[in-house]
Design a protein. Sequence first.
Length: 85
Amino acid sequence: MNIEIQDASVEARIQRQMQAIGAASAEEALLRLLDTQEEQDRWLLENKILVNAKIKRSIDQLDRGEGIPEDQLDSYLAKLKAPPE
């Protein structure tokens, strides 16, 4: 199978990916990307029930008014990212 890339931006992305992972060829880079995508898809399928339950719990919290107000969100996230004291 031969794959022809028509879009220069797609070709540039593949080149950047090759450089980032040290791939010797586009085929090697694409194989790694496929492996990564398949692993992610497998994880999502295996954890679908848990992920959906967490999303539902979050939506329920928002519906009850337990969300963080938008004007406080940046400071809340900064506190979460701060290293422990």
